[in-house]
Design a protein around this ligand. Structure first.
Ligand code: HPA
Length: 265
């Protein structure tokens, strides 16, 4: 899959900051960005279309804290049946448009026993448990064939974000995100296994995008909203409704954190 031509609205806008809003977090674009334009994914030639409820499936771009931001309201997931190459296409497009720093957000289940629903976790590192890699088979025109992944999530920017949160007395966790394919939630035995592997949170996204972004040399920040305790840690069954409800309940704090993170980048 190739992007034959970049949308001219976007090449004219010249975004500097990329932002992907995860499950239940799409409100950020409507609430915070001084919107210049919208484009649904369906309007872009060669682009896949998102199918999950709560994922609007469009680019929104505009100004935030003096920065030119290109935002994906809704992302593509492996469990929707897209190939890795398809679901990371937006990252390649962002890089071609001039984006230099990428903010990846997601909803995740908390594995670390100290985490509670509604916490935010700055992703310190990830574990790719997807069983595949988004760089398999790609022809490298930019970046390395064997890119280094020692520091996927920008250390200096993470420190600034942590310091900001401390000044605000905001609870901000930092930990390892493990990506599974989904779409079924995990079993309690899987969650116990992931805990022994060093995972603090589990989700179904972010890792493919982060790998491609690093291969292309973008700075990356990942922020998880812990929407539920992971299977077996939680008292009852898990549901997508719980995920979106929790994300919605921390709307203000999430907005403040992400706005500050973008301003600090
Ligand atoms: N598991 C996987 N993905 C998730 C979860 C979870 O518990 N919560 C939100 N996304």
């Amino acid at each position: 899959m190739k992007l034959s031509k970049l949308p001219t609205e976007l090449t004219d806008f010249k975004p500097e900051v990329g932002l992907i809003l995860g499950s239940g977090l799409g409100f950020f674009a409507d609430d915070q960005i001084e919107v210049v334009g919208h484009l649904t994914y369906a309007e872009i030639e060669g682009f896949p279309v998102s199918t999950v409820p709560g994922h609007a499936g469009q680019f929104v771009w505009g100004h935030l804290e003096g920065r030119r931001v290109l935002c994906m309201q809704g992302r593509f997931h492996f469990y929707e049946g897209y190939r890795m190459e398809q679901l990371t296409l937006p990252i390649r497009m962002m890089q071609k448009l001039g984006v230099q720093v990428l903010f990846l957000t997601n909803a995740a289940g908390g594995i670390n026993p100290c985490y509670v629903s509604g916490d935010f976790m700055l992703i310190e590192d990830h574990i790719n448990f997807l069983g595949t890699n988004p760089l398999i088979g790609t022809v490298v025109d930019v970046g390395a064939r064997f890119p280094d992944m020692t520091e996927v999530y920008d250390k200096a920017l993470r420190q600034k974000i942590r310091e900001w949160a401390q000044r605000q007395s905001m609870r901000l966790q930092e930990g390892n995100y493990l990506a599974t394919t989904g779409p079924s939630f995990e079993t309690p035995a899987e969650i116990r296994a992931f805990a022994t592997l060093g995972a603090d949170a589990v989700g179904m996204s972010t890792v493919p995008e982060a790998i491609v972004a690093r291969q292309l040399g973008l700075r990356v920040i990942g922020i998880s909203c812990i929407t539920n305790a992971a299977a077996g840690i939680s008292s009852g069954p898990l549901s997508h409704e719980e995920v979106t409800e929790t994300a919605d309940s921390v709307r203000q704090e999430f907005t403040a954190l992400l706005t500050a993170a973008i301003a600090l980048s």
